[in-house]
Design a protein around this ligand. Structure first.
Ligand code: 5AD
Length: 392
């Protein structure tokens, strides 16, 4: 299965390259390769990540051609109604962005965390959790397997705020993954020094996933003791200045959060120039101070996706595992039909994934990776979505 389709380079202006996909043209940034007009490339998240030989590109394009247009047709049929809020959002998604749905892989490499966020199951105060750290070799091998054998073009490396992974270790992991298999590497490692992020950008990482969690400063400070909202936001802005693609967002359903707060959350996500919106339901964890809080309802989460899409027609909006967990039957499908257009597949080995328990009973835990990919692709196809990322 291919998570990016080859496009032909039709224009080069310094580091900005125009790529043609079956007549659709998109721009992508070229930081990693020396390219000529007429060459075939794979792009992800707006970055060129790989050159593809002409015969290989032509074979892939031939295999895709029929499917590409038949999927577009299915999507067209499913997006024509605009009666309900969700349908309107889905219509806008279809009109603005077509049927591409990016599918990223996520590797959770350590559940050690120096923070004590009241909502999070891997908070340092949770003494009943068994802690783990993957070795650098394990992370590199897993990432390389994901990129080479599973064909993922975008990988998220996620952990709690674990300073055992110092700059030297993180830089070497990023450099070695990029050496083995160039891909769009996204870091989700929390609030680290700006200098650390600079070094990691130089090493080849291009995405930063860091939610601001809530735009309500009072709630933020209550639920993230010892932290202030302003410094989180400042860091996100600085990461953007470095050149990182920004993936950020918030939790829906925190105790005390109002509808107005959620609207402000959507607005703040847009104002930050977010490339991928990442927000999902808060799911109480039994070993945290918020154990007794109630779950948000599915409708509230779907409405947030829909409102977000209506306010941000061009956004990439992630349908999260937390939504999948909230409704294991239909969460992903409903999210995709309410305006979502991006998914993540967790490829962390099961023995670790069970322990990355930010909230309990996470959807997909224990399921074989290849099976998960197959199910995701089937779901996307049934909705007329192509599991590819044509970028911007
Ligand atoms: N429910 C849902 N999401 C959670 N996160 C942390 N704890 C929970 C929870 N109980 C999210 C936070 C964090 C991301 C990695 O996981 O938003 O940024």
């Amino acid at each position: 299965m291919c998570y990016a389709i080859p496009g032909k380079v039709v224009k080069i202006e310094d580091s900005v390259v125009t790529v043609d996909y079956f007549g659709e043209r998109r721009k992508a940034k070229n930081d990693f390769l020396k390219l000529n007009l007429g060459e075939y490339v794979l792009a992800q998240g707006g970055f060129i990540i790989q050159r593809i030989s002409q015969p290989e590109a032509e074979t892939t394009l031939e295999a895709w051609k029929e499917l590409f247009f038949s999927l577009k047709n299915t999507d067209l049929k499913l997006s024509q109604r605009a009666n309900t809020l969700h349908q309107r959002a889905n219509y806008i998604r279809h009109k603005t962005l077509g049927n591409a749905c990016c599918v990223h892989a996520i590797i959770e490499f350590s559940n050690y965390c120096r923070n004590d966020c009241l909502y999070c199951g891997i908070r340092k105060g949770n003494c009943s959790l068994t802690r783990y750290r993957m070795s650098c070799e394990e992370i590199i091998n897993l990432a390389s397997w994901a990129a080479k054998d599973l064909n993922f073009k975008a990988l998220v490396l996620q952990s709690g705020e674990d300073t055992w992974f110092d700059d030297e270790k993180l830089v070497s992991v990023v450099e070695r993954i990029m050496d083995e298999a160039t891909c769009l590497l996204i870091l989700s490692i929390g609030e680290r020094q700006l200098e650390t992020y600079r070094k990691l950008y130089a090493a080849g990482a291009r995405g930063a996933l860091l939610r601001f969690e809530t735009s309500n400063a009072g709630l933020y400070e209550k639920f993230r003791p010892g932290h202030i909202l302003q410094s989180r936001i400042q860091l996100i802005k600085e990461l953007r200045q470095i050149g990182y693609l920004i993936m950020t967002g918030f939790l829906i359903g925190l105790p005390g959060q109002s509808q107005e707060d959620i609207l402000s959350d959507i607005k703040l996500t847009s104002q930050l120039g977010t490339d991928l919106f990442s927000f999902g339901p808060f799911i109480p964890h039994p070993d945290t101070p918020l154990a007794k809080a109630s779950l948000p309802c599915l409708e509230e989460v779907l409405n947030t996706i829909a409102n977000c899409r209506i306010l941000n027609p061009e956004a990439k909006i992630l349908v999260t595992t937390a939504l999948d967990t909230l409704d294991k039957e239909n969460g992903l499908k409903f999210g995709l039909l309410a305006g979502g257009n991006s998914l993540m597949i967790n490829i962390t080995p099961e023995r670790y994934q069970r322990l990355y328990e930010i909230y309990p009973d996470r959807a997909g835990t224990g399921q074989q990776v290849r099976k998960k990919i197959e199910e995701t692709v089937n779901l996307l196809h049934s909705l007329g979505r192509a599991p590819i990322d044509l970028g911007f």
